[in-house]
Design a protein around this ligand. Structure first.
Ligand code: PHE
Length: 349
């Protein structure tokens, strides 16, 4: 019995020396080996059962040797298990280590979209004249997009804008003029506001996109005249294009302005002599404008005998196309990086 105890001890010792030093040893391997000895049917448990056959006078000594062996084995297996746990963690940590000082791979910088450049420049120019910015919703009520702007249901003027209806009452706004109403409903004059944003029309070719951008301008105060509008647009044209740029007003029609005008700028490509861009006329049409119709003021609770106002609506793509010489509006929405990276602060964001 004593020899058996001793030989098991040696066997375990040898195993601990070999397997314990093997970096491939897993906790499962240790557990299986441990069970071979300390499990219910393991070798040490078998020895305990053999105690019955040991002579009574030797039992205390053999019993002590056996329990020493069991404790010794347990302690060694436990400490090896701790060691294996530590090794596993170290392996995990070193495989997941991040070098935060490593220089990043350069993914390239974006550039500002030409339409955004134009929008920002317009806001810059007009905020210098005292305008602030209001942004209305893109899904708009028929009332704000049409009715309050003096375009009742079934009025032929609705044909000027081929519209995407969402329901009978809601539509994708076809013009930022809806912002005029939302502003006038909530503010008292003097009002000086810009309303930029996306608008939608069922229209698509080289110069029309079903989604495009407008910037609405609205001024309401006492004694506002068409001449004030002209002066402000002159300033805008000079700042946006060049000090030589002139404006020209032509009579037009919009239900929400009276009188209404179409505003042309002298062609900045040829200086007004006539070229391909201005189709030989020397002028390029850039926006619609006019004096706010009395009915529109009344719809918003503003007394048209006390206050007058003007409004204008600028197409941002149109300005970008003229300013940067872009021949096809679709280039602005295709997301081609070769096109886009030509704009915008040389890549500064
Ligand atoms: N909303 C008009 C359009 O989209 C432009 C406009 C705005 C005209 C303001 C007059 C006054 O065509």
């Amino acid at each position: 019995m004593k020899e058996q105890i001793e030989s098991i001890r040696r066997e375990i010792e040898q195993w601990l020396g070999q397997a314990g030093a093997d970096p491939a040893l897993k906790r499962e391997g240790l557990f299986a080996y441990k069970m071979e000895h300390l499990g219910k049917t393991g070798k040490i448990s078998a020895l305990s059962k053999g105690m019955r056959d040991v002579a009574p006078e030797e039992r205390p000594e053999v019993g002590k040797l056996l329990s020493d062996l069991r404790r010794w084995a347990e302690e060694n297996f436990d400490s090896l298990e701790q060691e294996l746990k530590k090794r596993e963690l170290e392996k995990k940590y070193s495989s997941e280590r991040l070098d935060v000082t490593m220089p990043a791979r350069f993914a390239g910088t974006g550039s500002i979209h030409p339409v955004t450049l134009v929008k920002n420049e317009l806001i810059d120019i007009f905020s210098g004249m005292g305008f602030d910015v209001f942004e209305g919703p893109e899904i708009e009520r028929d009332y704000y997009n049409f009715q309050a702007l003096n375009i009742p249901a079934d009025h032929p003027a609705r044909d000027m804008q081929d519209t995407f209806f969402v329901t009978k009452e809601f539509l994708l706004r076809s013009q930022t003029s809806s912002g005029q109403i939302r502003v006038m409903e909530n503010r008292k004059p003097p009002i000086k506001v810009l309303s930029p944003g996306r608008v939608y029309r069922s229209d698509s070719d080289a110069t029309h996109s079903p989604m495009f951008h407008q910037m609405e301008g609205l001024v309401v105060d006492k004694n506002v005249t068409l001449n004030d509008l002209k002066g402000m647009l002159d300033e805008f044209a000079r700042r946006m294009f060049s000090s030589e740029t002139k404006t020209r007003l032509r009579p037009s029609y919009f239900p929400f302005t009276e009188p209404s005008v179409e505003v042309d700028l002298s062609c900045s490509a040829c200086g007004g002599k006539g070229c391909r861009i201005c189709k030989g006329t020397g002028w390029i049409e850039v926006l619609g404008a006019g004096m706010v119709n009395r009915r529109v003021l009344e719809n918003c609770g503003i007394d048209p005998d006390e206050y007058t106002g003007f409004a204008f609506g600028i197409g941002l793509e149109r300005i970008a196309m003229i300013k940067y010489g872009i021949g096809d509006i679709r280039l602005l929405f295709e997301g081609d990086v070769r096109f886009l990276k030509q704009f915008g602060n040389g890549g500064r964001v």
